[in-house]
Ligand binder design. Structure first.
Ligand SMILES: NC(=O)c1ccc[n+]([C@@H]2O[C@H](COP(=O)([O-])OP(=O)(O)OC[C@H]3O[C@@H](n4cnc5c(N)ncnc54)[C@H](OP(=O)(O)O)[C@@H]3O)[C@@H](O)[C@H]2O)c1
Length: 321
């Protein structure tokens, strides 16, 4: 099969498209013929060797896929050959024509979504759900700021929060990104590259500040986030690429909290609960990933450049096989 592997940690040029054997699978596993594989920022951190848990080399990157069940192990009871599925891959392996997945990490993919959309569910939607519902315990009527709403996690967060009855303000860095954020349901949209946008956001929601902030770039925004909080607000730190200075006094005044979010920290029960809500959301129609661009496997170097270096997100980047 064709797969994109790395033989050493480093820059995007280390991604090599190779012909390798189809993986074997255990009794408890499902072999998925991959139709689309999600591309996530975490794949680039792993490729660089700059992530807490690193795979043995050579390694196939990719933490989420969608496709068709090709074969199942003897111990698999809920899936069969030919099923449309999407899957979370905690141990990577998605940038390939086939991947072996634990049955518990494989979910049925509704005909309502394309394979590309299915390959953008596990990381963005499960993470946004963890941030908003599991950690911040959002309530109907609250006001949320999604700081970085035009990317994969941000769009998921907007859709989840609207389904839970919140008022949502989202930010993007371009007109095109702002259009996407508006289309997926945000009540207010601001450009995080414009001077004074946070003051405008607070004014638009009535001047009392946000109950919840989902922060996708904490190293840039966390200090400012703390200045736009309502009483008892929660700030979920989902993305962070460096150090930031904050004034904790802002938290004292609002009795606010900063909450770190890590998808990998979810228990099996939490993941199951999350999956059930997302599956229901797909059927109801409010879970509807936006695909920005589909890449071929031989465009992996470009895809890794784009996911981390380009601005102007408009949804999810995926490999389409
Ligand atoms: N904690 C976890 O378990 C977990 C799980 C998944 C992802 N993440 C992290 O979450 C972050 C978002 O992931 P993603 O997949 O959504 O990435 P993505 O699709 O590349 O989106 C990145 C988002 O950040 C926005 N952004 C850029 N500059 C910004 C600024 N100055 N202020 C606010 N937002 C800004 C982008 O907007 P423009 O391009 O429009 O400027 C875009 O909306 C990444 O750092 C990722 O590593 C964490």
């Amino acid at each position: 099969m064709r797969a994109v592997r790395i033989h050493k940690f480093g820059g995007p040029d280390n991604l090599k498209l190779e012909d390798i054997p189809v993986p074997s699978f255990r009794d408890s596993e499902v072999l998925v013929r991959v139709n689309a594989a999600g591309i996530n920022p975490v794949d680039t951190y792993i490729r660089e060797g700059a992530y807490a848990t690193l795979p043995k080399l050579p390694a196939i990157l990719g933490r989420e896929v969608a496709g068709i069940v090709e074969d199942v192990g003897d111990g698999v009871s809920n899936l069969k050959k030919g099923d449309r599925v999407f899957a979370l891959l905690p141990e990577n392996g998605g940038y390939a024509e086939f991947v072996a997945c634990k049955e518990e990490n494989v979910y049925p993919l509704s005909e309502k979504l394309s394979f590309s959309q299915g390959s953008g569910l596990c990381i963005p939607y499960f993470t946004a759900y963890r941030a908003l519902v599991t950690k911040c315990r959002i309530k109907p009527g609250e006001i949320l700021l999604v700081h970085g709403a035009s990317g994969a996690v941000g769009i998921a967060a907007v859709q989840i929060a609207k389904a839970y009855g919140l008022t949502v303000a989202g930010t993007a860095g371009t007109i095109e990104g702002m259009d996407v954020v508006k289309k997926v349901g945000a009540d207010h949209v601001f450009n995080h590259r414009e001077k004074g946008y946070l003051n405008n956001a607070v004014a638009a929601i009535g001047g009392h500040g946000f109950n919840v902030v989902l922060e996708n770039l904490a190293n840039v925004n966390l200090g400012a986030d703390l200045t736009v909080l309502n009483q008892q607000a929660r700030v979920a730190v989902v993305g962070c690429r460096g150090i930031v200075e904050v004034n904790p006094r802002s938290l004292m005044l609002t009795e606010g909290s900063i909450i770190g979010v890590m998808l990998a920290g979810a228990t099996a029960e939490e993941t199951q609960e999350t999956a059930e809500v997302i599956l229901r959301g797909i059927e109801s129609g409010w879970v509807n990933p936006v695909i920005s661009r589909e890449y071929k496997l031989d465009e992996a170097t470009e895809a890794h450049h784009d996911i981390i270096r380009t601005t102007g997100a408009r949804g999810k980047l995926v490999f389409k096989l």
